[in-house]
Design a protein around this ligand. Structure first.
Ligand code: UDP
Length: 317
């Protein structure tokens, strides 16, 4: 049987590299991973270099590019995604969402491939509707510090939809909510890598504001399965993917302290501008259309994640 050919842009990143692993483990796929390594890391994919079905291409998707042969699926996960990263690289992030998405859609049209956009819960901004359903238009500050990411992804969704309507490209749009697990960069600035490294070093955990803002964290294995279901579905409209188990950030910090057996205390830092106060996905669409629900609860997922941070935190001591 002919193997499916996948191009995974951003395949050296946190979610992208788990996606590469997942498809290669199935045995019926070949994976071409394209990444400019701005926030992705070669060590996430180095174990795949000896696999004949895997190929790495150091490529910035904001430049137009072509690849030889057939491609059946193009997955666009190429963008800085943590607030610290995208605020450090705002123009690169805007270009990844616009030119990057455009180039990958053009490639999909040429290759007659299915295109999947990794969009985000950030398109809902600081939401006034809770939990967030796909038909909510969001509350985004177009000139705020998060706008480089939020607006790039909103534009990317629109571009994706119109490539489908105008050129018939089969598209999928995943709105990915907070996801965590092994291979997050220790210094990516997100709550989970910060709390884990701080707890494992018995340093104070830095909670922003009073920690009453909420998030809903999905373990990466669940996310990969949800993305796969969406890819193979016929759904062209955006679908939320995330774990609806919602937790205030202060409770999240305390859970990390407890599960790591840390002696850390908590210190409070100012709440960053435009930090969303609430976030929880309504995943009824994913349940109905894809038959997907996340299976790994927060404590179980954190326990699976601790060994990775314990191993890697040693190197930053
Ligand atoms: N946060 C925190 N301490 C940190 C890092 C983040 O309290 O050291 C908070 C942040 O203000 C936000 C939440 O944790 O309310 C989640 O932040 P993260 O950067 O993980 O992602 P976001 O969901 O904001 O994109």
């Amino acid at each position: 049987m002919k193997k499916k050919q996948l191009l995974i842009a951003g395949g050296a990143g946190f979610i992208g590299s788990h996606f590469c692993d997942h498809f290669l483990q199935k045995g019926d796929c070949r994976v071409l991973c394209a990444d400019n390594l701005i926030t992705g890391q070669e060590k996430n994919i180095a174990h795949l270099y000896s696999n004949p079905d895997f190929c790495f291409l150091k490529q910035d998707v904001i430049e137009s590019f072509d690849v030889p042969g057939e491609i059946d699926f193009v997955l666009n996960l190429a963008s800085p995604a943590s607030p610290v990263d995208y605020q450090r690289y705002p123009i690169e992030t805007l270009k990844a969402g616009s030119f990057g998405t455009w180039n990958l859609l053009e490639l999909s049209a040429r290759k007659k491939a299915v295109f999947l956009l990794a969009s985000t819960s950030e398109i809902y901004g600081d939401p006034q509707v809770h939990p967030q359903k796909e038909d909510y238009w969001g509350n985004v500050n177009s000139v705020g510090p998060r706008s480089c990411y939020d607006e790039a992804k909103r534009y990317a969704e629109s571009l994706t939809l119109f490539y489908h309507q105008q050129y018939g490209v089969p598209v999928r749009i995943a709105r990915i909510f907070n996801t965590y697990g092994p291979r997050m960069r220790l210094n990516d600035g997100r709550a989970l890598p910060n709390f884990m490294t701080q707890a494992l070093q018995n340093e104070d955990l830095t909670v922003f504001g009073k920690g009453l803002q909420t998030r809903s964290f999905c373990y990466v294995e669940d996310m990969v399965l949800g993305l796969e279901r969406l890819l193979f579905s016929g759904e062209t409209m955006p679908v939320n993917l995330g774990n609806p188990e919602e937790i205030p950030i202060i409770d999240f910090a305390q859970t990390v302290i407890r599960l790591t057996g840390s002696k850390s205390a908590i210190t409070y830092r100012p709440l960053p501008k435009d930090d969303p106060m609430l976030r929880r996905p309504d995943i009824s669409m994913a349940k109905e259309l894809l038959g997907w629900v996340p299976k790994i609860g927060l404590e179980e997922g954190l326990k699976k994640t601790i060994p990775y941070f314990a191993e890697n935190a040693k190197n930053v001591l």
